[in-house]
Design a protein around this ligand. Structure first.
Ligand SMILES: [Zn+2]
Length: 386
């Protein structure tokens, strides 16, 4: 057995020292690319831009050729540090203390990138295999995610690069490393509702038409909907009102208009089209035979998906359970990730570290968990190509 060429802890620290707050990569992609080239990966940078977005750099690295093709997906960008003075150490110093590694991006998700880079390095260094291992790394996941993974995948498809299976290294575990593997996600539909009435003096309601009255009735009907009761793999679809607003600086004026925003996280029993129709009908019905005017806008940022349990998902579970000693659970909970883009091209599952401190002040991971995660990824690669 040959010596490991990369130390995943040192690589994590080195990635964290680059302040790669979306969309700036702060040099992090170069550091990663240098490591990957050193161990024999072919690297391609893909810079994408489009009107009204910031240009974003991405890195696609491959080793080997043809199928089967296993890809590791990840993002080097991080969210802003927030209140810097609340941090115990500088968020980009990557300090290790009491067995924890601290820094912005430690949990989400530079440690996982270091872990799968090390695992891939160890594997290609030891084993002759048939197929391709790749890394698809974007610096735009935490932001608009327009010039990132989505475009890289489109570009690869144009070049006839076919990925068969993908593991996204997002932090998936709620409390200990190995407790959860994600095999799908809910969809996310945001709706902006604006209702216009007639502005006027509150003392003369006969000459006004209060848009807040109509809006609250509409919202009540929407949140009272019971969309479904979930499936074996998904929790029930859920509707939340996230914003209500009526610009009004006076207490004696009925405002002209009122707006609200709702977000629906929905499972595979619902569809974007079905939900749009449902919401439109509720509003139309509530406002019919009135003088209110309404404007409704929908923005669907993710479709729900479920990766069928297969040889691929069982290999992941076997690897996770054997390294961690736990009985991992398959889940579809949580927010969206770039898995929503991969799912259109290949089977995709997500496994990574404990995510409880992601995006927080003093974000951290256990150093020991980075070592274990590296072993998990190495086991997955071995099983995948065996
Ligand atoms: Zn993330």
């Amino acid at each position: 057995m040959s010596e490991s060429l990369i130390d995943p802890i040192e690589l994590t620290q080195s990635l964290i020292t680059h302040p790669s707050v979306t969309p700036n990569d702060g040099g992090v992609l170069k550091t990663l690319q240098d490591q990957l080239e050193r161990i024999g990966f072919q690297c391609t940078r893909m810079l994408f831009e489009e009107p009204d977005t910031k240009p974003v750099d991405n890195l696609f690295a491959t080793y080997g050729s043809g199928s089967p093709h296993l890809c590791f997906g990840g993002h080097t960008d991080v969210v802003p540090v927030g209140n810097l003075s609340s941090w115990t150490n500088d968020p980009f110093d990557a300090v290790i203390k009491d067995g924890n590694l601290y820094g912005r991006g430690a949990a989400d998700m530079k440690s996982a990138i270091a872990a799968f880079t090390t695992a891939a390095s160890n594997f290609v260094n030891e084993v002759d295999f048939k197929g391709t291992i790749s890394l698809l790394i974007t610096n735009d996941e935490e932001g608009p995610a327009i010039n990132g993974t989505k475009k890289v995948l489109e570009e690869l498809a144009k070049k006839n690069v076919k990925i068969d299976s993908c593991i996204v290294g997002e932090p998936t575990c709620p409390s200990q490393l190995g407790d959860m593997i994600k095999i799908g996600r809910r969809g996310s539909l945001t709706t902006n509702i604006s209702i216009t009435g007639i502005q006027g003096h509150v003392a003369y309601p006969q000459w006004t038409l209060n848009p807040i009255d109509a809006l609250t009735k509409v919202l009540k009907k929407i949140v009272d909907l019971e969309l479904d009761s979930g499936t074996d793999d998904f929790p029930p679809s859920n509707i939340e009102i996230v914003k209500i607003n009526a610009d009004n600086t006076a207490d004696n004026v009925v405002p002209q208009s009122a707006t609200a925003q709702i977000n629906i996280r929905y499972n595979v029993l619902q569809s974007e089209e079905g939900l749009i129709k449902l919401i439109n009908n509720i509003i139309k019905e509530e406002l019919s035979d009135t003088d209110y005017k309404s404007k409704i806008e929908f923005k669907n940022s993710a479709q729900p998906f479920l990766t069928k349990k297969s040889d691929f998902t069982s290999k992941i579970k076997e690897a996770v359970d054997s390294v961690t000693g736990l009985n991992s659970e398959f889940s579809t909970t949580g927010g969206t990730s770039d898995a929503r883009f991969f799912k259109d091209y290949c089977e995709v599952a997500e496994f990574g570290l404990v995510g409880s401190s992601a995006h927080q002040v003093d974000e951290h991971v256990r150093v020991e968990d980075i070592e274990k995660l590296t072993k998990v990824y190495e086991e997955i690669i071995k099983k995948y190509f065996s």
